[in-house]
Design a binder for this molecule. Structure first.
Ligand SMILES: Nc1ncnc2c1ncn2[C@@H]1O[C@H](COP(=O)(O)OP(=O)(O)OP(=O)(O)O)[C@@H](O)[C@H]1O
Length: 278
């Protein structure tokens, strides 16, 4: 049974959000502003203030999913400056999604550290106030567009988030089980609006591989460009067009940074990854 977003209790919200955010900690962080944080979310040892206009720094990050499994990140270092868009690229299995999972603290690194606004992640009290993700596939609750966008951000300026996300749609429109079905492009833009509504200055985009039609893709791209202004944006890039627009590109190969630079500097090295794309 799907309930209206406004009537969900904490446990139900966490259960539903688990579907989208993968782990209890991430889901719990996401609903933190709506409900009391569950007791099993570890409290930071000592909370430090994240700088305004934060940048993201990966410092020699090492990670393996299981103690006897392979090292998936083998000393990864890069920066996402405030106001810039950094594209993470690499072949399947290179470690792109793992970097994002660590930035969202779905997992913690085995070595090195990740800082946001000068503060190591474990010292940040409410990470999702600072870092927000636009997932590949957004989960929509049965409820209005406004409820869906406001999720996790009660004080959000929904109208402004919808405008920036280029979603010219009635905020009172009911979606999900009891309402209209949105197109793939509209769903993607609800995801953008939801992320913007949190006001978090670090934006993480897991670029959908799904094929949007040209019109929807163009609108999504415009929305994301506007969203990226005044934020630090890290995008797992699958489209050549995204990589061309990025300020900086980090190429991952087998868990290491193999190269980084501008598109002009890396285009030859990247060409095999984007065969067939205009
Ligand atoms: N939950 C997990 N448990 C164990 N190993 C995993 C897990 N998730 C990913 N891996 C492994 O970690 C390595 C890096 O995977 P990751 O998903 O970060 O790569 P990626 O660059 O994002 O690839 P893709 O473009 O296919 O999404 C791969 O070898 C993958 O099999």
């Amino acid at each position: 049974m799907v309930l209206a977003a406004s009537s969900l209790g904490p446990a139900a919200q966490v259960a539903l959000l688990l579907k989208e955010y993968g782990t209890l900690r991430a889901a719990a962080d996401r609903v933190h502003t709506l409900v009391t944080a569950p007791a099993n979310v570890p409290a930071p040892r000592e909370v430090l203030e994240v700088a305004d206009r934060p940048e993201v720094v990966f410092e020699d990050v090492r990670f393996r999913y299981t103690p006897d499994g392979p090292e998936v990140l083998r000393g990864v270092s890069f920066r996402v400056p405030y106001g810039k868009t950094v594209a993470l690229v690499g072949a399947s299995g290179a470690g792109k999604s793992t970097c994002v999972s660590l930035l969202l603290r779905y997992w913690d690194p085995d070595g090195g550290r990740i800082l946001v606004g000068g503060v190591p992640l474990p010292r940040i009290a409410d990470l999702h106030r600072h870092v927000t993700v636009v997932p590949q596939d957004v989960h929509l609750f049965a409820g209005t567009i406004e409820q869906n966008v406001r999720l996790g951000a009660p004080g959000a300026d929904v109208a402004s988030a919808l405008r920036v996300a280029q979603l010219a749609i009635d905020p009172e429109l009911v979606v999900g089980e009891r309402g209209v079905t949105l197109s793939g492009g509209q769903r993607a833009r609800v995801a953008v609006a939801r992320a913007l509504a949190t006001g978090a200055p670090v934006l993480v985009l897991d670029e959908a591989v799904a094929n949007l039609d040209t019109d929807n893709e163009a609108r999504l791209v415009e929305a994301l460009q506007e969203a990226a202004a005044g934020r630090a944006t890290l995008v797992i890039a699958h489209r050549l067009s995204t990589i061309r627009r990025a300020d900086h590109i980090v190429l991952l190969e087998e868990g290491r940074v193999a190269a980084e630079g501008s598109y002009a500097e890396l285009s030859e090295r990247l060409s095999h990854l984007f065969v067939g794309q205009p």
